[in-house]
Write a protein that binds this ligand. Structure first.
Ligand SMILES: [Zn+2]
Ligand SMILES: [Zn+2]
Length: 352
């Protein structure tokens, strides 16, 4: 089969590889329907390895080259162990978290922060191929009425939902989102569902700002032109937002997030970068601000699929393109060159 593999920084190749072997106990093989290109994948190609290990991954032992892709939907073709509600032929989305199952965090249900954890598509071969092997505990049956195409968007939406759940957004809260990329938009949709009274968004890219407005943001600010902190302060009765979600990983925005949250407010950081942020301690302690990290999802993908099935969450605005796997390298280049016009591109291995 053909697979889009990461060989090293700047080296993304469409290779001929063997199909996955019949699954070992605990594993399942899927025929991939759709798999989304994530900002993480773009970073691995632009300046990796970041999350990919240059040597053997401590949990999987896998070394590059590695098939990318962790945002997938497909149909189960073989099962190495039983999985509730799943048979051969079941349509599934995948929670791609790889977990050891025996560390302190796995034993407490926090598999997403497993001490040895990794992800399908970064620590093991992923979904940019016709078939993929995944752990059975990651299989999430797709409800009737949700298409495979929409189900492939469940993973990025779950990142936003998890951030909003971590922040404890309550009905009537005022929320500020920094960044309206795929995760920021996912957080916007989830904050609406959580009952936020107002959702303010800071986003410099015009096309993304328009998307955020169209999805119900109360106000969208261009940080190059507006003093976001002051604008939101004034619009919240000189109180400040209850919750700030930082979805970019830019250090200056981490500082902005912390200094903008109201006294006693919550800041949730879900953007990752290797950079360090400088924040005055006097902006945290005297104001009793709570700062939280949010990584991926923890049983959030089934929630997202249920929200899609009941019509509460429409994933369509996230999707801006679908390409055959053979056009994968071009799609990566297009996303890297133009952040404005795309949110999410799905690759479709079954289409030539
Ligand atoms: Zn992702
Ligand atoms: Zn673990």
């Amino acid at each position: 089969m053909r697979a889009l593999r990461w060989h090293g920084k700047g080296e993304l190749r469409l290779d001929d590889v063997r199909e996955p072997a019949p699954p070992a106990p605990g594993q399942a093989v899927l025929e991939v329907s759709f798999c989304g290109i994530c900002g993480t994948d773009l970073h691995e190609v632009a300046d990796g390895p970041n999350l990919i290990r240059a040597g053997a991954h401590p949990l999987t032992g896998v070394t590059p080259p590695i098939t990318l892709g962790h945002e997938m939907s497909g149909t189960v073709t073989a099962l190495g162990s039983p999985s509730p509600g799943v048979e051969v032929g079941t349509r599934v989305a995948v929670d791609p978290c790889l977990r050891c199952g025996v560390c302190r965090w796995c034993l407490h249900g926090e598999y997403h922060i497993c001490a040895k954890g990794g992800s399908v598509g970064l620590a093991a071969d992923g979904g940019f191929a016709s078939h993929v092997s995944v752990p059975v505990e990651g299989l999430v049956p797709i409800p009737d009425g949700v298409t495979d195409r929409m189900a492939a968007l469940a993973e990025p939406l779950a990142v936003g939902l998890h951030a909003v759940r971590r922040a404890g957004v309550q009905p009537g809260d005022n929320v500020l989102l920094l960044g309206a990329g795929p995760i920021g938009v996912a957080a916007l949709l989830s904050a609406k569902l959580a009952g936020a009274a107002a959702i303010y968004v800071s986003e410099p890219v015009a096309a993304r700002a328009r998307t955020a407005s169209g999805l119900g943001a109360t106000e969208v600010y261009d940080p190059a032109r507006s003093d976001v902190r002051r604008e939101v302060f004034l619009r919240t009765g000189r109180i400040g937002p209850d919750v700030v979600v930082e979805a970019t990983g830019r250090p200056e925005l981490v500082e902005l997030a912390i200094t903008t949250a109201r006294r006693g407010g919550r800041v949730v950081l879900c953007g990752i970068s290797g950079a360090s942020a400088t924040v005055p301690i006097t902006q945290i302690v005297p104001f009793e601000r709570t700062i939280l990290g949010s990584l991926g999802y923890n049983h959030d993908i089934p929630r997202v699929l249920d929200l899609m099935a009941t019509g509460r969450l429409d994933p369509a605005p996230l999707l801006t393109g679908v390409r055959p796997l053979s056009a994968g390298q071009d799609a990566f280049a297009e996303l890297a060159a133009d952040r404005g016009s795309h949110l999410k591109i799905l690759l479709e291995p079954g289409r030539s």
